[in-house]
Ligand binder design. Structure first.
Ligand code: NAD
Ligand code: UPG
Length: 325
């Protein structure tokens, strides 16, 4: 069985990807310092509880499991926190990530899949954002993700490391069998906050601004189900293991929904009104972020299957009602 090192495999997207790696015949070996992840989420392979800066842990793990490829989910990813504490973001998302890449190279791992984000684009100039859109981030989170993308480019020029950069749009939803889901603390994402507000385990929902230049005044996002996102990683891995070169891919659907549409869909699923209030805009939120997914659709054996808003909200709601961690 081919083993894959999954940095951040105890987190929301990493754990879901471990599940799909195992279903596709790989052994996911998680390395995670459990700073924002959960030991209970590591169910489909071993957990090496260590920081990605730990060169000894990586060397030992690569040798023990004969690792040929790695995925790098381990990062700090709160936009607001990054504005308050950019040093933390440069330290973990760039410093630790570069150390991780160099450990991989030292130990002969030649394939790396990296979790990047639509936040690298900053304020979009076009309705649909392709990978060639200028990358001018407007917060330290996006800037640090872009910095590591650029580091990967130069590191690959001087080594035999190949990389796939996946720029996710809005990861959302939960495992279809209810085994893993989103349990961030603090939670800042719209859909889990909406679910918590409905269940009564969180504060009432606040819409961050209704005066955007969109049809109903609320921001538009491209919501991609976490199961589809995980499948994109497996497809990218299969392409790399069959000799595919380095590349950058948006992971989104190409279809946007406003915040008000998300709330209306949840209301129709639950057959009741969801109370909310209109608050001020959140600093750093663009009006519209929607992927042009042409490249991934044409290059990888992948297309979104579960990213309709109903499936996203239904699975997220089930998870928030029954979550195991
Ligand atoms: N959630 C989203 O909507 C979204 C969108 C775009 C990109 N991303 C990126 O996807 C990745 C995964 O996001 P997530 O929502 O699953 O986050 P998460 O916080 O749930 O998971 C991150 C995991 O990495 C671990 N980790 C962090 N720093 C580490 C370190 N130095 N050493 C070892 N382990 C470390 C954490 O303990 C956690 O288990 C991140 O890189 C994030 O920036 C997420
Ligand atoms: O309580 C809330 C929370 C969010 N929103 C709005 O809902 C939308 C979605 O917000 P959120 O779920 O926080 O995601 P984003 O801020 O769009 O960011 C996510 O999606 C981006 C890609 O599109 C990634 O770069 C980020 O890492 C990821 O957190 C935005 O318009 C927010 O203004 C609200 O109105 N109220």
């Amino acid at each position: 069985m081919k083993a894959v090192l999954v940095a951040g495999g105890a987190g929301y997207i990493g754990a879901q990807t471990c599940k799909q790696l195992a279903a596709s015949g790989f052994l996911p070996v998680t390395i995670d310092n459990i700073s924002t992840g959960y030991r209970q989420a590591v169910k489909w392979g071993p957990l090496v509880e260590a920081d990605i800066r730990d060169r000894y842990a990586i060397a030992g793990t690569v040798a023990k499991y004969d690792i040929r490829a790695a995925m790098h989910f381990a990062a700090c990813s709160l936009v607001g926190e990054s504005m308050q504490n950019p040093v933390k973001y440069y330290d973990n998302n760039v410093g630790a990530a570069v150390s991780f890449a160099s450990s991989l190279i030292e130990n002969g791992v030649k394939n790396l899949i990296f979790s990047s984000t639509a936040a690298v684009y900053g304020l979009p100039k076009t309705m649909l954002i392709s990978e060639d859109h200028p990358a001018i981030p407007i917060n330290p989170y996006g800037a640090t993700k872009l910095a590591f993308e650029q580091a990967l480019h130069w590191i690959a020029c001087s080594s035999d490391l190949r990389f796939t950069i996946l720029r996710y749009f809005n990861a959302s939803g939960a495992d279809l069998d209810g085994e893993v889901g989103e349990s961030h603390d603090p939670e800042t994402h719209l859909i889990p906050l909406l679910c918590k507000a409905v269940i009564g385990s969180g504060a009432p929902l606040s819409i961050f601004g209704s005066d955007y230049p969109t049809p109903d005044g609320t921001p538009i996002r491209d919501y991609i189900h976490v199961v589809d996102l995980a499948a994109a990683h497996v497809a990218a891995l299969q392409r790399m293991l069959s000799g595919g070169g380095s590349g950058i891919f948006n992971v989104g659907t190409g279809v946007g929904a406003t915040v008000a549409e998300v709330i209306r869909t949840a209301e129709s699923i639950l057959a009741r009104e969801i109370p909310y209030r209109i608050g001020p805009r959140r600093e750093g939120d663009p009006a519209v972020l929607v992927a042009d997914p042409s490249r991934i659709l044409h290059t990888l054996d992948w297309s979104p299957r579960f990213s309709d808003l109903r499936t996203i909200i239904q699975t997220a709601m089930w998870w928030q009602e029954n979550r195991f961690y």
